[in-house]
Design a protein around this ligand. Structure first.
Ligand code: 9MR
Length: 519
């Protein structure tokens, strides 16, 4: 939730009110407090990810979803990102992306109450098709920052003007931008939205109905994998325990129920509140029940009435398609500090906290874990490559996917610092580190993903009802020639054009392993 440097912002904001040194000091204090009170003893074990549920495809394979967030113009008036078809092609070729978190805004979809802009939805569908042509899954992300542009003099994105009720309270955009969340007008806009004031229940109703409309529009689009219900929810005057459990969870449940009336298949991505949780604190989000489970259970009960025996428990869990889409912004690096010395130690503390808290939450919620945003680091700062490698390794270790924030090369002066690809589709400094092998689909449950220098290992165990091969993407930067393969299973095929190695499970074998080295 801590934002990018001012240089990356398109907004005009007043002079910084907090110095970088003061921010770093405050953050360091926060981290020290967090680490001394909440840090578990020892580092997280490599098995931390075991027991996490997985996002699966139509063939039952585990999808390890890795790619980028769209940004930039998608935050602006048009609500559409800067990309062209060729950028999507370059992303797939150079980064191997198999997912995009595609930024949408409520204001562009429902410009006036109950009236949806179908032309805008068509424009989105046109871009979704570019991803479909590249075999990249799309997660539609209903984005918001600081409620929307009408809460604080244009300093945000998300809600339409008609849904922004500030009661005339004052507002001054702040630097860093996240402090704008605390301005009186912004707090009031959220309080009305969540009906904390008891005066505007219609706002949440409209949001739910808007999602139902969007889901109906994309239900049959095979590229759309799922719906991210709200970016980085903020509770206004209610936070943590008084927001996530009592307000946010039932709200997600309402949207999920509405979506399931028009779409029973796609995945629903729910986010914890951003404040604190993005930096590693725990979440008290409650479990969102997927109505498709009830439908499946009802069907089974019917079958059981005809036969004898049970089996309900076998069926109920695999049918739920709710994903915990947490964000990760280790505070120190995101506000401009390097990844060295004390700062590095503190940020590593956040890695441990985040890993511990988010895997625990995912297990509690019975949901797969996906990093909907991982915040990049300014590559002019020391240790940026190490930081990038460390979060990539954490994701490998947990066998979870991620969407990097972001693909935005337009921010002045920063095209070589944050975005992995420039406008021509060439890998930038961070892009060169991020272009590393990963198994985009696994024919079973992945038990290990491990990238070394010039070598890559994946292990997995079979699971019932899975068909199709395990597919591993190998970047040309790491594996320039035909890769050398050592595998437990006999059948594999190398596709040099798409840089994908496919491996089919040998029949009867339950555990599988493949190690790839440079030829
Ligand atoms: O990086 C974005 C920054 O340039 C913008 O000023 C800011 C407000 O629109 O949003 C930043 O992106 C944030 C994203 O929308 C939500 N998660 C945290 C991102 C980084 O701060």
């Amino acid at each position: 939730m801590f934002g990018r440097s001012l240089a990356q912002r398109s907004l005009t904001v007043p002079r910084p009110v907090v110095t970088t040194a003061a921010r770093r000091l405050a953050l360091a204090a926060l981290l020290v407090a967090a680490c001394t009170t909440v840090l578990p003893t020892g580092t997280a074990s490599a098995d931390q990810g075991d027991g996490l549920r997985q996002i699966t495809d139509g063939q039952g394979r585990t999808l390890v979803l890795r790619g980028l967030n769209t940004s930039s113009d998608a935050k602006g008036a048009s609500g559409l990102p800067w990309i062209e078809r060729r950028n999507v092609v370059a992303e797939r070729q150079n980064l191997g992306s198999n997912v995009v978190r595609y930024v949408l805004q409520w204001k562009n979809i429902e410009p006036s109450p109950g009236r949806y802009d179908e032309r805008h939805l068509d424009e989105i569908a046109r871009r979704v098709a570019w991803y479909r042509q590249q075999g990249i899954h799309v997660v539609l992300d209903m984005h918001q920052d600081i409620y929307g542009p009408y809460a604080c003099k244009g300093a945000g994105d998300g809600a339409p003007a008609w849904a922004t009720i500030t009661d005339g309270l004052p507002c001054t955009p702040q630097d860093p931008w996240v402090l704008t969340y605390l301005q009186p007008a912004v707090l009031r806009a959220y309080d009305h939205f969540w009906n904390n004031t008891g005066k505007h229940p219609e706002l949440m109703q409209r949001y739910v109905a808007m999602w139902k409309h969007v889901a109906a529009r994309f239900a049959k689009d095979p590229a759309v994998l799922g719906y991210d219900l709200m970016n980085e929810p903020f509770g206004g005057s209610k936070q943590f325990g008084s927001f996530e459990g009592p307000v946010l969870t039932p709200f997600y449940q309402r949207i999920t129920n509405a979506i399931r009336q028009v779409d029973r298949e796609k995945w629903v991505f729910v986010e914890p509140q951003a404040l604190g949780v993005n930096e590693g604190f725990g979440t008290s989000l409650g479990q969102v029940r997927d109505p498709r489970v009830r439908a499946a259970a009802a069907k089974l009960l019917q079958q059981n009435a005809q036969r004898s025996g049970t089996g309900l428990t076998r069926l109920s869990d695999p049918s739920s398609r709710i994903v915990l889409a947490a964000h990760f912004y280790p505070g120190g690096v995101d506000i401009g500090g390097g990844y060295t010395g004390v700062m590095k130690a503190l940020v590593q503390g956040e890695f441990v906290l985040w890993r511990q808290n988010m895997t625990a939450a995912a297990k509690r919620l019975n949901a797969p874990l996906w990093v909907g945003e991982i915040g990049g680091m300014d590559f002019s700062q020391p240790g940026a490559a190490d930081f990038t490698r460390d979060w990539l390794s954490m994701a490998d270790d947990l066998r979870v996917g991620w969407a990097y924030w972001s693909n935005d090369p337009s921010a002045k002066g920063s095209s070589e610092t944050y975005a992995p690809l420039d406008r021509e589709g060439t890998l930038t400094q961070v892009g060169k580190v991020m272009a590393r092998p990963f198994p985009r689909a696994v024919a079973g449950v992945p038990t290990k993903i491990s990238a070394g220098s010039g070598t890559f290992t994946v292990t997995w165990r079979s699971s019932r009802g899975v068909s199709g091969p395990t597919e591993i993407w190998l970047p040309a930067t790491v594996f320039p020639g035909t890769p050398k393969v050592k595998a437990t299973d006999r059948t594999h095929r190398w596709d040099p054009a798409n840089r994908i190695l496919s491996v089919w499970n040998d029949q009867g074998r339950t555990t599988h392993s493949i190690t790839i080295t440079r030829s």
